[in-house]
Design a protein around this ligand. Structure first.
Ligand SMILES: [Mg+2]
Length: 361
């Protein structure tokens, strides 16, 4: 990564948008069901008039991590944004996704003032990244097979105790050579690892967060030959370091917002690469704002596995930005324009905004 962005003109205004976007279909995992996307967008305005956007892709309830949209809104409005406007650090523990929205909005504005893309800022030279399709939790093996049949490339299937070996073995039986991974969202207790030993024979690219936490991942990594991937437990750079030290993972799922922003995410990718650990960028059902920022991170050389970020159309009938589109080779383009990606379309943003707040210096 290049040197940190030099401070530019001060921030004079910050606007928060609480946005609710309909999902094409409810997204289900072992953590729960999201029927719609309820997120916060941050818009910063610099003294020279340049604006920047950042996305806080929390879920509507704290089922996936300890953050959620209503809480992020309050933390942003009452703590993080006043600190930015006053030009002082905020004393907020945790809340990486809320912090990421501010950090990425600031970075977006600073890069725009220099006409520089996030990819160039991170030293990314790739133009496109390969993707996989995530098969969200569905009711039956037949439904899994139906989704896999329609997916263009590799697939990652959500599993949980009682819905584990059977769907994966069925996919493997139909497509013996297909790139296949599984994500348990930490749903297996450490003493349920035995249930996963049969999965070990299926040649999965990785098994994501089989058990909760770093300790659970370490138990799984010792018990299984399938590469274990850490996702939920990688919620800070310190956690990524701890996962390396504990030998808890062979693969790291880098979620830029959960780590605190795209620059922290790039540092996590570098840390994994140094430790010889494969990495990829995982999606958080972001709108086009956060999705494009994450795509630049996914283009880093240390991201050695396909991203599970998907095209906008997989999730939304109408994204807030121009849609992220998938190529016929199951790849997505890394944005090359200035900043972290395109700003939201004003009309679509207006239609999706449920609450708005503005703070000024
Ligand atoms: Mg996951």
């Amino acid at each position: 990564m290049n040197a940190p962005t030099a401070p530019g003109p001060p921030v004079v205004e910050v606007e928060l948008h609480r946005v609710v976007l309909a999902l094409r279909q409810p997204h289900a995992s072992a953590g729960g069901i999201e029927a719609e996307r309820d997120i916060v967008l941050v818009r910063v305005v610099l003294e020279d008039g340049t604006e920047g956007w950042g996305e806080c892709p929390t879920l509507s309830l704290p089922t996936y991590s300890s953050e959620h949209a209503a809480g992020a809104w309050l933390v942003l409005r009452d703590e993080l944004v006043p600190a930015v406007l006053a030009g002082r650090p905020a004393s907020v523990v945790g809340h990486p996704m809320a912090k990421a929205a501010v950090a990425d909005a600031l970075l977006d504005a600073r890069l725009r003032t220099r006409g520089r893309s996030l990819a160039a800022h991170l030293g990314v030279t790739a133009r496109r990244v390969s993707t996989t399709t995530v098969v969200a939790r569905v009711g039956s093996v037949a439904e899994v097979l139906e989704v896999v049949a329609g997916a263009p490339g590799g697939v990652k299937v959500k599993i949980e105790p009682g819905f584990d070996l059977e769907p994966l073995a069925a996919v493997r039986a139909c497509w013996p050579e297909r790139w296949l991974a599984a994500d348990a969202n930490g749903s297996f207790a450490a003493d349920q690892i035995d249930r996963l030993t049969a999965v070990d024979a299926l040649g999965l690219a990785y098994l994501e967060q089989p058990c909760p936490g770093l300790a659970g991942a370490a138990v799984a990594a010792r018990a299984l030959s399938t590469p274990v991937c850490v996702d939920e437990a990688a919620d800070s750079l310190d956690a990524v370091r701890a996962a390396v030290d504990l030998e808890a993972m062979a693969v790291l799922n880098v979620k830029p917002a959960r780590l605190g922003g795209v620059e922290v995410a790039a540092a996590a990718v570098a840390l994994a690469a140094e430790a010889g650990i494969d990495a990829f960028v995982g999606g958080m059902l972001e709108t086009g704002v956060g999705r494009r920022a994450a795509l630049a991170v996914a283009g880093l050389a240390g991201c050695t596995l396909p991203t599970d970020l998907g095209p906008s159309a997989r999730y939304f009938s109408a994204d807030l930005t121009d849609p992220v589109e998938e190529g016929t080779d199951a790849s997505l383009a890394i944005p090359t324009g200035p900043g972290i990606g395109p700003a939201p379309d004003p009309g679509r943003l207006e239609a999706a905004t449920r609450d708005r707040w503005v703070g000024r210096r």
